[in-house]
Write a new protein. Structure first.
Length: 111
């Protein structure tokens, strides 16, 4: 498991993280942190650390779980066409279900 941050699953809550880390340990998953995947070619994956040093890793299968980025062009267009628009959820900030539901509740009570 290659992770560019200093640790894995840092945004999980404590209980879920504890269980997950135990499972990863149980299955002897090799966790490498502070390394960004920079290339996948053939059966080799190249990782680069923050000093630019590279290392190669072998793999059987690749699962890319690299996060998400907001795309809010539609929300911007709707806001332009209808000024009385409330934008909530991931198109404001990528978050969790509870964040979107909470913001929806707040906006719902204001309308
Ligand atoms: C792989 C993955 C796993 C996740 N796991 C978790 C988790 O375990 N726990 C957690 O709390 N959060 C999780 N999240 C985050 C969570 O899903 C989001 O934060 C939450 O769904 C945001 O709600 P939303 O209403 O803003 O957007 P969404 O739930 O994405 O709803 C937007 C809806 O708009 C629709 N849509 C888009 N464009 C158009 C269009 N042009 N016309 C009509 N409809 C359109 C989409 O089809 C979608 O149904 C996960 C996200 C991903 C991607």
């Amino acid at each position: 498991m290659l992770e560019m941050r200093d640790d894995v699953a840092m945004d999980l809550n404590m209980i879920n993280r504890f269980s997950l880390m135990n499972e990863l340990k149980k299955y002897k998953v090799n966790i490498v942190t502070g390394v960004t995947c920079s290339e996948i070619s053939g059966s080799k994956l190249t990782g680069t650390d923050k000093d630019g040093k590279t290392a190669e890793f072998s793999f059987d299968k690749v699962v890319a779980a690299t996060g998400t980025r907001k795309i809010n062009e539609i929300a911007d267009a709707v806001e332009k066409a209808f000024p009385d628009t409330y934008v909530i959820g991931d198109c404001v900030n990528i978050g969790k279900i509870a964040d979107a539901v909470h913001k929806g509740f707040i906006v719902g009570t204001q309308i």
